[in-house]
Design a protein around this ligand. Structure first.
Ligand SMILES: NC(=O)c1ccc[n+]([C@@H]2O[C@H](COP(=O)([O-])OP(=O)(O)OC[C@H]3O[C@@H](n4cnc5c(N)ncnc54)[C@H](O)[C@@H]3O)[C@@H](O)[C@H]2O)c1
Length: 463
C-alpha cells in the first residue's frame, strides 16, 4: 500500500519504519528542516533502541523516503497518517495547531484520483475526528470551489479514522510489531477494512520478525478493536490516565508503608499477582513523567470540564505525582539535614530509561528544586545529556563525564532514572570516591544489599 506519514517524531518515524518493513511504500513528511536533513542522510534525530538500523534498512530497500512536500506525498498515497505533536498549552488544553495545519494541508492536496483514508494517530481530544474532517474539507475548498465531503459519491472522497498509538518510548519498535491491541475508530466499513488490510501482517503475525525485535513466544494474533470515532479517542486518554493512576496509587501506598513499617515492593508484588490488578505500573518512586501522561490527563480533564463533569480520580492522580517528586528531596533533608552548599548528584535525566526524551522528566523538577534550595547539582545520564544541554540551557547543572565522576564530587546521589548502567554499577568503587556515601533510590531499583555492603546509607521509597 502507498502510505504517507506526516510528522517524523517518536510516533511518526517508528510507524513509518515499521510499515516500510512490512512492505508498504512509505513517504514521511517532516517540516523541521534540521530533522528532515538528518533523516535524508539516514540519521535518526533522537534516541530509540534499534530505530537507527531499522530506518537505514527502510531507506536501503527504497520503501522509506523523507520529504517536506506534503502535497506530493498525499497525492501518491492511499492512507495518510497524521502523527504530529499535540503538546499542552499553559491552561492544560492540547495545542492542536500542528494537527490543524496538517489537516488543511492534506485537504489542499487531495485530488479525485482515488479515495483516501486519513488516519489520526496523534493523541487528540474527543470530537477531533469530526473536526479533522471539517478542516480537510476547508483545505479542499481553499484550492477548488466545489465542496468536497467525506462521502463515497464525491470526487475528492476521504474518510477520517482514529487509530490511537500505544507505543512506549524505549521499546517502540517491539510495541509496534507486537501491540496488545490495534484500535480503529470509524463509522465507515470501507475505511475499517482498509485499515485491517494495512495491519494484516501484524494482526496475524504473518511477517519475519526482525533481529532487533524478536517476536514474543507464542504470539499468533493481535486483537483488532473497532469502535466509533469518539470511543477510539477516549480509549487513548483513558488508557494513559489509568496507567498514571496505577503509579500514583503505588506512590500513595508507599507513603503509608513508611509510616507503618511495611515495604511497598512487597505490597505491590502481593497485589500485582492478582490477575484483576496486574503487576505492571505499580512501582513506587519519583513518579511518572514523559510527553504523554501529564498532557493527556490535563486534556481529559479539560474535556470533562466542558461538560461540567467532575474528575476527582484524575485530580488526585496528578496531585500525588507532583508531591512524589519532592519525596527524594525530603529524604535528602532527613539524611543531610542541610541542603544549602551540598553537592547532589542526579543519576539519570530522561523521564525513563532507553530514551533521551526529557519532556516532563522528574529529573528537571528535582534539579530545579535543589538549585533553589542552594545545592550544587551535578548530573549524569548515559544518553540524554546532549538533549538536556540543547533543550534546557537555563538549567544550572554540571554535567559529569561518567557515573564515577558524578560520585567523586557529590555529597549524595539520587537515582532518578533506572538505567541498567546504574543498576549494574560497581557500588564498592563508587562508595570509595564519595565524601558521604549516601544514595536515595528514587526508583527502588538499585541492588539494595550490594549498595549497603559497599558502605552506603541507602534510602528507597516506601520501604
Ligand atoms: N511519544 C510517545 O511515546 C507517544 C505515544 C503515543 C502517542 N503519542 C502521541 O503521538 C503524537 C506525536 O507524538 P511524538 O512524541 O511523536 O511527537 P514529536 O513532537 O516527537 O514529533 C512530532 C513531529 O511532527 C513534526 N511536525 C509538526 N508539524 C508538522 C507539519 N505541519 N508537517 C510535517 N511535520 C510536522 C515535528 O517537527 C516533529 O518532528 C502526539 O499526539 C502524542 O501525544 C506519543
Amino acid at each position: 500500500m502507498e502510505i504517507c506519514v506526516v510528522g517524523a517524531g517518536y510516533v511518526g518515524l517508528v510507524t513509518s519504519a515499521c510499515l516500510a518493513y512490512l512492505g508498504h511504500e512509505v513517504v514521511t513528511v517532516e517540516s523541521n528542516p534540521n530533522r528532515l536533513d538528518r533523516l535524508k542522510e539516514g540519521v535518526v534525530p533522537f534516541f530509540e533502541p534499534g530505530l537507527q538500523e531499522f530506518v537505514s534498512d527502510g531507506i536501503k530497500t527504497g520503501l522509506l523516503e523523507f520529504t517536506d512536500n506534503l502535497d506530493t506525498a498525499v497525492k501518491k498515497s492511499q492512507v495518510i497518517f497524521i502523527a504530529v505533536g499535540t503538546p499542552s498549552l499553559s491552561n492544560g488544553e492540547p495545542d492542536l495547531s500542528q494537527v490543524m495545519s496538517v489537516a488543511r494541508g492534506i485537504g489542499g492536496a487531495l485530488d479525485s484520483s482515488r479515495s483516501r483514508v486519513i488516519v489520526n494517530k496523534s493523541t487528540v481530544p474527543v470530537g477531533s475526528g469530526n473536526w479533522v474532517e471539517m478542516l480537510v474539507n476547508q483545505g479542499v475548498q481553499q484550492v477548488q470551489p466545489v465542496p468536497a465531503r467525506s462521502s463515497k459519491s464525491d470526487s475528492h472522497s476521504f474518510y477520517v479514522v482514529s487509530n490511537p498509538e500505544f507505543l512506549r518510548e524505549g521499546s517502540a519498535i517491539a510495541d509496534s510489531f507486537y501491540p496488545d491491541r490495534i484500535v480503529v475508530g470509524s463509522g465507515d466499513e470501507e475505511a475499517i477494512d482498509l485499515m485491517r488490510q494495512l495491519y494484516k501482517p501484524i494482526l496475524t503475525q504473518d511477517f519475519d520478525a526482525p533481529d532487533y525485535a524478536p517476536r514474543p513466544k507464542g504470539l499468533e494474533h493481535i486483537p483488532f478493536v473497532v469502535t466509533d470515532l469518539a470511543s477510539a479517542e477516549l480509549i487513548k486518554y483513558s488508557a494513559n490516565a489509568f496507567l498514571a493512576m496505577k503509579i500514583s496509587f503505588a506512590n500513595e501506598i508507599s507513603g503509608l508503608c513508611e509510616k507503618v513499617g511495611a515495604d511497598v515492593k512487597q505490597v505491590m508484588r502481593g497485589i500485582g499477582l492478582d490477575s484483576r490488578i496486574g503487576a505492571s505500573f505499580l512501582n513506587a518512586g519519583v513518579g511518572w513523567g514523559g510527553s504523554c501522561f501529564h498532557k493527556d490527563i490535563m486534556a481529559l480533564m479539560q474535556v470533562a470540564k466542558e461538560y461540567s463533569y467532575p474528575t476527582r480520580l484524575l485530580d488526585a492522580t496528578t496531585e500525588v505525582n507532583l508531591v512524589q517528586r519532592q519525596v527524594v528531596i525530603q529524604k535528602l533533608q532527613e539524611e543531610l539535614k542541610i541542603i544549602k552548599g551540598r553537592t547532589i548528584g542526579l543519576l539519570g535525566l530522561s523521564f525513563k530509561p532507553n530514551t533521551d526524551d526529557l519532556r516532563d522528566a522528574p529529573s528537571l523538577t528535582i534539579a530545579q528544586q535543589l538549585i533553589k534550595m542552594g545545592a550544587e547539582v551535578r548530573v549524569y545520564d548515559p544518553v540524554a545529556m546532549d538533549a538536556c544541554r540543547n533543550q534546557h540551557p537555563e538549567l544550572e547543572v554540571t554535567y559529569a563525564e561518567s557515573l564515577l565522576d558524578l560520585a567523586t564530587k557529590s555529597d549524595a546521589l539520587v537515582l532518578v532514572t533506572e538505567w541498567e548502567e546504574f543498576k549494574r554499577a560497581n557500588w564498592n568503587e563508587i562508595g570509595s570516591v564519595m565524601r558521604w556515601p549516601l544514595v536515595i533510590d528514587g526508583r527502588n531499583s538499585l541492588p539494595e544489599e550490594d549498595v549497603k555492603l559497599a558502605g552506603f546509607t541507602y534510602r528507597g521509597i516506601g520501604r
